[in-house]
Design a protein around this ligand. Structure first.
Ligand code: CMX
Length: 440
């Protein structure tokens, strides 16, 4: 057994004991009440999930195992000569709960490089799809095609004890994460680069190798990928991709099936696909106004027009956040350092100045501030990754780190199959009638 797995196992055993005590001593304590509005409106704010890897504060933003994004950028190991955190380090932190050493990170890089071989039938499955198929559809299908490799599914089929689930889920997690960049890059090169594929370079870190297979070998893009794959990894447990992965996993569907469910959720325009939508929205504005850099007044008018047409302004708003997303700020800082004069980057910054008061002025949008998706496309465009349909796949590769580390925890802690109660409107009407009779 590798030492990362040993460390995870030791932490999980400790945590499982603690949880047992918490449930025994405090299991009947009430966390919160659920209102009828919450039941109808996306269960917003109902505390009903345990996710160990990260926690979201509506004003401060995300913390991974207690560390904010600026802290991660400082504390996590970097590549030689680089300044951005290596996502391998964030994975270790989320899985084991401790800041990794440089050696830990190199160990994970090497493990993923060793396991990165993708079987041919996965490429054949991708090839069977029309090239016009959206990259997120290709990605989700490829993950399902890779499910033939699941050690968990095989072991379960042969018969294993509940106590061993986590071990196979851990193995599947490591193999799946190792292979995702190869699959994603294959989809990219097939769709946009005439199928001219680039072989992996096992000497590079996970992000640099991904950049290499996509066809970008410059250090600037590698650094962007390290930052990008770190900040998109996790956003506590209630968002659609994390929740879907956790939910499907709770039925003991293996990590491939569970992660594919998360990815089909990430492909929705109100979630991960928003990064594609942001850049399309900016380009449509540029085309309509016939200028590469619209003025702030023009941007303000365009935002109002978008709202009048009953559409959302992509990249703005959030179900939990109530301030600027620190993932937006991290990308802004990166852009200030590397490409402050890029016209699309400048437009993103101008939208940031103009949009919040307009969105706030509608009186109904609860968070007028930008989320992670408002900035990412401009950076990718700057480095030449211009095909915005592909952007959500990059988000998906990163999201694997958080949701699969969480899945390891779910099985190690023996979490139950998820099954909340649903009601009909008829039931609600009767409930209201009864409560009014009692009150009245
Ligand atoms: N532009 C226009 N209208 C918006 C809006 C936006 N950016 N954000 C919210 N609204 C609207 C909602 O559609 C809703 O309208 P109705 O009452 O007519 O249905 C109203 O404001 C209240 O919504 P809310 O409580 O503020 O926001 P929700 O929690 O319901 O939704 C989110 C959150 C992210 C789906 C929403 O803000 C949105 O659609 N944003 C644009 C898409 C986007 O950027 N998504 C990416 C989120 C980050 C991620 O998951 O990757």
């Amino acid at each position: 057994m590798g030492y990362v797995k040993d460390s995870f196992r030791a932490k999980a055993d400790e945590q499982a004991k603690e949880i047992k005590n918490i449930i025994a001593q405090h299991g009947e304590k009430v966390l919160d009440q659920v209102t009828i509005a919450q039941a109808y409106q996306g269960m917003r704010g109902i505390p009903g999930l345990i996710t160990e890897t990260s926690l979201l504060d509506s004003n401060e933003g995300i913390r991974f195992r207690g560390f904010s994004i600026p802290e991660l950028r400082e504390k996590l190991p970097h590549a030689e000569g680089g300044n951005e955190p290596l996502p391998e380090g964030l994975f270790y932190l989320m899985l084991v709960g401790e800041v990794p050493t440089q050696e830990d990170v190199e160990h994970i890089s090497a493990t993923w490089a060793r396991r990165s071989h993708v079987p041919n039938h996965v490429f054949d499955t991708i090839e069977a799809l029309p090239a016009s198929t959206h990259p997120m559809t290709q990605f989700s299908i490829a993950v399902l095609a890779l499910q033939t490799e699941s050690k968990f599914a095989k072991a379960y089929n042969e018969g294993i004890s509940k106590k061993e689930y986590w071990d196979y889920v851990y193995e599947d997690t490591m193999t799946l994460i190792a292979r995702l960049p190869r699959i994603a890059a294959y989809i990219y090169r097939r769709k946009y680069k005439n199928g001219e594929h680039i072989q992996p370079d096992g000497m590079l870190d996970w992000s640099a190798n991904f950049a290499h297979m996509l066809g970008f070998d410059n250090e600037g893009f590698r650094e962007l990928m390290r930052l990008y794959l770190t900040i998109h990894a996790d956003h506590e447990g209630g968002n659609v991709s994390a929740h879907a992965t956790h939910l499907v996993g709770s039925a003991l569907s293996d990590p491939y099936l569970s992660f594919a469910a998360g990815m089909t959720g990430l492909a929705g325009p109100l979630h991960g696909l928003a990064n594609q939508e942001v850049i399309r929205w900016i380009e449509e504005m540029q085309q309509e106004l016939k200028t590469e850099q619209p003025s702030k007044e023009q941007i303000a008018d365009y935002i109002k027009k978008t709202l009048t047409e009953g559409k959302v302004v992509p990249g703005y708003g959030h179900a939990v956040l109530r301030k600027t997303d620190p993932r937006f700020t991290a990308q802004m800082e990166f852009a200030k350092k590397h490409c402050p004069n890029d016209p699309v980057v400048q437009t993103v910054w101008n939208v940031y100045e103009v949009a919040p008061p307009i969105l706030e002025g509608t009186g109904k949008i609860k968070n007028p501030w930008p989320n992670v998706d408002a900035h990412s496309g401009a950076l990718l465009k700057h480095y030449g990754l211009v095909e915005e349909d592909f952007y959500t796949v990059l988000f998906g590769v990163s999201r694997a780190l958080g949701v699969l580390a969480s899945l390891c925890w779910d099985r190690a802690l023996g979490f139950a199959i998820e099954r909340p109660k649903s009601m009909t409107t008829e039931w609600i009407k009767k409930f209201v009638e009864k409560s009014e009779t009692v009150a009245g």
